[in-house]
Write a protein that binds this ligand. Structure first.
Ligand SMILES: C[S@@+](CC[C@H](N)C(=O)[O-])C[C@H]1O[C@@H](n2cnc3c(N)ncnc32)[C@H](O)[C@@H]1O
Length: 342
């Protein structure tokens, strides 16, 4: 690992993990890679630096607060890896938790030189939702996104027509959908990785709101005793390149008759000069009348990539809707309903 972790202004926390490997390292490298990937998806994760020479390795992971560190330690997949480490891979290890009070330094030129900023697209996306939370809340609650009149209605209609009793809203943001569904007597739970958006949702009520990354969805079921949902909704909230992994995690949350509803920007709503190719893009929020403090990296998918990703994860489409702009007739979004294929 060559990059410095992108960390915000202190204070934040560091977990310093030192380990000395035993002679049996079967499966160690894959598990270590998987843990780095999984840690990056935990709420409160800020970054990681790791080095190993000979048998001795030091990994420093950075976290927003002690609660995030505890939650990561309790993650079930991480616990399994910790057990394997203790039983098989490590001759010895030590974990030390510290609060970072000051940070300074000079980063390599390919990284931002003036501050220790988030580096990868997923970390930058997460950081953007924290920093843009006030602007996003205003945009949604003051009706500043014109297309939402059409797309919100389309999602509400798609949910109501399926007559669910319990709905899980993935990436619920400030919670508008749960509030609308609660008005119809539907029990709704919203999860979102952004602490500020979850707090804003809780203030308005209308459901139960949990600060949680999709990567930890199993915790919602295992630790809170939540039962399966009739509908899982993702309204403009599947924004990274790990779609298949997220779809895998949704399956255990769905009742046997359950359906997954995904609404996303229509893949054909391309801007001038944009290639029709899946990949990371940057949303600059320039079309919003509210000022956003930073842009948001998001992973754009072509129509065929959406369809094949769903199929690979074991979902079959039951309905596809293309809510359109009433004036121009152009599609604004793609709304896909799917169930787990038998
Ligand atoms: C465009 S907003 C949509 C919010 C809401 N669904 C709505 O319709 O207003 C995307 C939301 O997805 C959340 N999100 C994206 N990836 C996530 C992840 N891996 N885990 C949890 N939340 C995530 C963001 O924090 C953000 O609140």
């Amino acid at each position: 690992m060559d990059d410095f972790a992108g960390t915000p202004e202190p204070p934040y926390y560091a977990v310093i993990f030192t380990s000395s490997l035993s002679s049996n390292t079967d499966g160690y490298a894959e598990t270590a890679r998987r843990m780095v990937e999984l840690a990056a998806r935990q709420p409160g994760y800020l970054g990681l630096e790791s080095a190993r020479e000979g048998g001795l390795g030091i990994t420093v992971s950075y976290w927003r607060d002690e609660g995030s560190i505890r939650a990561w330690k309790a993650d079930l997949e991480h616990q399994k890896a910790q057990r394997q480490g203790r039983d098989v891979w490590y001759r010895g290890y030590a974990t030390r938790v510290a609060r970072v009070e000051r940070s300074y330094g000079v980063l390599p030129t390919q990284q931002n030189e003036s501050c220790l900023a988030p580096s990868g697209p997923i970390e930058r996306q997460r950081d953007s939702w924290e920093r843009n939370a006030p602007a996003w809340i205003r945009s949604v609650r003051d009706g500043c996104i014109a297309s939402r009149q059409v797309t919100d209605r389309a999602m509400i209609d798609a949910v109501l027509s399926r007559q669910p009793r319990r709905v899980l809203d993935l990436g619920c943001g400030e919670g508008w959908l749960c509030r609308s569904l609660a008005d119809q007597g539907i029990e709704c739970i919203g999860i979102d990785a952004s602490r500020e958006l979850v707090e804003a949702a809780r203030e308005q009520g209308g459901g139960r709101f949990v600060e949680l990354d999709y990567a930890s969805l199993s915790r919602l079921m295992e630790e809170t005793g939540e039962t399966r949902f009739d509908i899982v909704v993702a309204n403009f909230s599947l924004l990274d390149d790990a779609l298949e992994a997220t779809l895998d995690r949704i399956i255990p949350a769905l009742a046997s008759h359950g359906q997954l509803l995904i609404q996303t920007l229509h893949p054909w709503a391309l801007q001038e000069g944009q290639a029709y190719r899946s990949g990371w893009r940057d949303e600059d929020f320039r079309s919003h009348s509210v000022d956003f403090s930073t842009s948001m990296p998001w992973f754009y998918r072509t129509m065929s990539d959406w369809v094949s990703c769903l199929a690979r994860a074991g979902f079959s489409l039951t309905e596809v809707i293309e809510p359109a702009c009433p004036e121009s007739g152009r599609p604004l979004s793609l709304l896909m309903a799917c169930r787990v294929a038998q």
